[in-house]
Ligand binder design. Structure first.
Ligand code: NAD
Length: 315
């Protein structure tokens, strides 16, 4: 099987915050693109600006391409789009390939891979990290699971969108790694939010707290790239929603459970972010999660209630 170099025919499903800048890079590299989204106006707008094509159905789109990339909210939606009525799998030819770049659940990915294999369709999981700015400039990181021949085939596509391409092993390991990355990222954001608010109540200036963390051992990606930019500025505009982050943490907690590895902080983190999603709404930016701590009534009882609920549901 030959590598999918430009101008190969590629389908792209999911033109949201990440999908749009990612597929724009493929367009600029000269790939022949066939695009779709549940919101049809996103596909027609993209086609008008970048010259891609739209299709009357997902099956029709799949029939016109050698590979399909999915950039959708979660693994459940990816499976629906592939296996549902008039879905991609109905149109894909034997020997074609599906590249799921969404942050999906790794167990579901392995099941999907077995279903597609029976139709002689390959699946590679290649979720990304770096957010919207790095999607725009093509400097994303991607963690890639799948067999060697399939990953070699999609490598030119990946290198058009990502600066760092990490092969992680068997199908599903990319999705597992992505959920674990976001676990560490979300844990860092939450704990730094608590530290900021505690410090503030004790009389420290918030900007000073962030500066000192960033020059000290407490720094993390959120203290460096999110606190001043999105939280202290109150812009809350990172382009990554609270609902998607909470989903990733549930994926990480489920993965921990499947492996049997005791992971109490993982479960607590997933619970706290899910509670925050319930309180604030999943459409908010994930950096707005600090609001659940700020909206406390002064004696910490709202936060204690959140933690008790989280711990209670673990029992
Ligand atoms: P988004 O919500 O902005 O976009 C998702 C798109 O999928 C939307 O345009 C939506 O209309 C479309 N969609 C939903 N259901 C569909 C269906 N059944 N058929 C066709 N289209 C459908 O999400 P996003 O921020 O672009 O994230 C996409 C994926 O990438 C998620 O898995 C997310 O966790 C992950 N991710 C996001 C970021 C980020 O910074 N936003 C970073 C890394 C990874």
């Amino acid at each position: 099987m030959t590598a999918l170099v430009s101008p190969a025919k590629i389908g792209f499903v999911g033109l949201g915050n990440m999908g749009r800048p990612m597929v724009a890079r493929l367009a600029a590299a000269g790939y022949e693109l066939h695009v779709a989204d549940k919101d049809a106006s996103l596909a027609t707008d993209f086609a008008a600006v970048h010259g891609g094509r739209t299709a009357p159905s997902l099956a029709a789109l799949a029939g016109a391409v050698e590979a399909v990339i999915t950039m959708l909210p979660d693994g459940k939606v990816v499976r629906e789009v592939l296996l549902g009525r008039n879905g991609l799998a109905e149109g894909l030819s034997p020997g074609s390939i599906v590249l799921d770049m969404s942050s999906s659940d790794p167990v579901g990915t392995r099941e999907l891979g077995a279903t597609l294999r029976a139709k002689n369709i390959d699946l590679v999981d290649a979720p990304v990290s770096g957010g919207v700015p790095r999607a725009r400039d093509g400097s994303l990181s991607t963690m890639v699971g799948g067999d060697d021949a399939a990953t070699a085939r999609v490598r030119p596509i990946l290198e058009t969108m990502a600066k760092h391409v990490f092969l992680t092993g068997a199908l599903g390991t990319g999705h597992a790694m992505k959920a674990l990355n976001n676990l560490v990222s979300a844990g860092g954001l939450w704990i730094a939010s608590e530290a900021l608010l505690v410090g503030q109540r004790f009389g420290l200036a918030p900007e000073r707290i962030v500066d000192i963390l960033n020059a000290s051992t407490g720094r993390n990606n959120s203290t460096e790239n999110k606190f001043k930019q999105h939280i202290l500025s109150r812009s809350f505009a990172s382009g990554f929603s609270l609902g998607l982050m909470a989903k990733d943490l549930r994926v990480a907690a489920d993965l921990a459970a499947v492996t049997g590895q005791p992971s109490p902080m993982t479960r607590l983190c997933a619970q706290l972010w899910s509670e925050a999603e319930g309180k604030l709404g999943g459409a908010q930016d994930h950096t707005a999660v600090i609001k659940v701590l700020e909206e406390d009534d002064g004696d910490g009882s709202a936060h204690r209630e959140l933690v008790h609920k989280a711990l209670g549901s673990e029992a």
